[in-house]
Design a protein around this ligand. Structure first.
Ligand code: IMP
Length: 421
């Protein structure tokens, strides 16, 4: 049974925590897109730990993992995470593989991402070099992990990549060039360090799948940040939807059995871009404080608002979600009332469909329904409060799919597995 976990909002839905839980039933845990822009928080022996690049499920010492062809790999970040996990008694040698096709984030990509934000305001990027790395990938002169295995051609490829990137740095930002020898030295160090991890992961995957070893695909960011289907241009540079999972790993569609869509009980977003249910008042502030809504990667305060069923209807459908997981229901406990947007008012009419253009999204006014809050998520160890049950039933009726997992706190055990009616 292969499972994918996807965020249905703008990221930060609490996927890390659910990965930690579902990883128990899967042997292999993979990332298929994005890079160190992600921030997946998990608890290891009671201690909070944030993963940016390593599949977060690998904190289970017996699990095997892959960074698939669609991931952009910052080997500097990876080296730090490998070391941190090693110190915690969870070495990754022999159980983490990097696909030879995965592209490398270079220091000049990071620099460009930073300057872009600095000078123009940008889109609120995490400045991890993700956008410039995918840009070079699409321009067909990116450096791939497999290039580290071919030092004879590496220099030639690096030269081409640097020619473009140094011009960008000089012309757009007036910055000095990166020196080819410095970059070559860095790549040589990385090659020595990571050679044993770099391989054609599709051969491994095919063999694992043939033996029915369960694979868990760990999505990063959220569907509304997808480069094609999200709120462009306020999006990330990769495919965060289910199609991205298949292409970014190299898995046939029939081999994906369970599609878990994760949403918070409310909505957040970091960075700029449209957000119809955003709250600029005390309620928004209260959600931020109670939910600890500060970026795991950048520390930025997250924008907060009510749950948006128009957005969820769109992302749950396009991902073919088979079950929903809802997180942070504890944050809404004790609110005097809860609101949920069920439609938008746009150009004098009501719509239940998520608009395609930024202009429409910026004008869309949410139409809310009010529901009673629950004083506490649980009435006993495994029974949800009836008002929380009613809220989940309301979501199920609107989205036409079951809510299976309900997370009511940061610790891995704070989840109720629900059997929908
Ligand atoms: P980038 O992915 O760093 O290029 O940033 C592009 C947009 O995606 C910005 O609005 C970021 O804040 C957002 N973003 C990137 N990664 C995450 C994430 O893991 N959670 C939430 N937002 C993210």
């Amino acid at each position: 049974m292969n499972t994918v976990i996807l965020g249905l909002q703008w990221g930060d839905e609490g996927k890390g925590k659910l990965v930690a839980l579902l990883a128990r039933d899967h042997e292999i845990i993979v990332r298929f897109q994005g890079g160190a822009n992600a921030g997946h928080t998990v608890f290891i022996e009671g201690q909070e730990h944030v993963f940016h690049l390593v599949p977060s499920g690998l904190h289970h010492p017996e699990k095997v993992g892959v960074l698939g062809p669609g991931v952009v790999v910052d080997l500097e970040v990876l080296a730090q995470e490998v070391e941190a996990l090693s110190r915690m008694g969870r070495p990754l040698e022999g159980r983490l593989w990097i696909d030879a096709r995965a592209h490398l984030v270079m220091p000049y990509h990071r620099a460009e991402d930073g300057w872009e934000e600095e000078l123009r305001g940008g889109i609120g990027s995490t400045r991890r070099g993700i956008g410039p790395t995918y840009r070079d990938l699409y321009a067909r002169f990116g450096l791939r992990a497999g290039d580290l295995l071919h030092p004879d051609t590496l220099y030639r490829k690096l030269k081409k990549s640097l020619e473009w990137n140094n011009q960008v740095l000089a012309a757009r930002y007036g910055k000095p060039p990166f020196q080819i020898q410095d970059m070559m030295d860095l790549l040589t160090t990385w090659a020595e360090r990571f050679r044993p991890m770099i391989t054609d992961t599709l051969t491994l995957l095919r063999e694992w799948d043939r033996r029915d070893r369960a694979i868990l695909l760990e999505g990063a960011q959220g569907s509304l940040l997808d480069i094609f289907l999200g709120t462009y241009p306020y999006v990330t540079s990769s495919h965060t939807v289910v199609g991205g999972a298949l292409a970014g790993l190299g898995l046939p569609p029939q081999r994906l059995h369970r599609i878990v869509g994760v949403t918070k009980a409310y909505t957040t977003r970091v960075g700029r871009g449209p957000f119809p249910t955003e709250l600029h008042d005390e309620t928004g502030q209260r959600l931020r404080e109670l939910g600890g809504e500060y970026g795991a990667t950048t520390g930025r305060p997250r924008r907060c608002g009510w749950l948006d069923l128009v957005a969820l209807r769109y992302t749950a459908w396009l991902n073919g979600v088979t079950e929903l997981a809802i997180t942070k229901v504890d944050v809404l406990s004790g609110f005097p009332e809860i609101r949920v947007a069920t439609a938008y008012r746009l150009k004098g009419a009501e719509t239940r469909w998520f608009p395609a253009t930024l202009e429409d999204l910026e004008q869309a006014e949410p139409v809310y329904e009010e529901l009673p809050a629950w004083p506490t998520p649980l009435v006993d160890r495994n029974t949800l409060h009836p008002q929380l049950e009613a809220y989940l039933g309301f979501l199920e009726a609107h989205l036409g799919m079951p809510v299976r997992l309900v997370s009511y706190g940061p610790q891995t055990h704070e989840v109720v597995l629900r059997s929908p009616a």
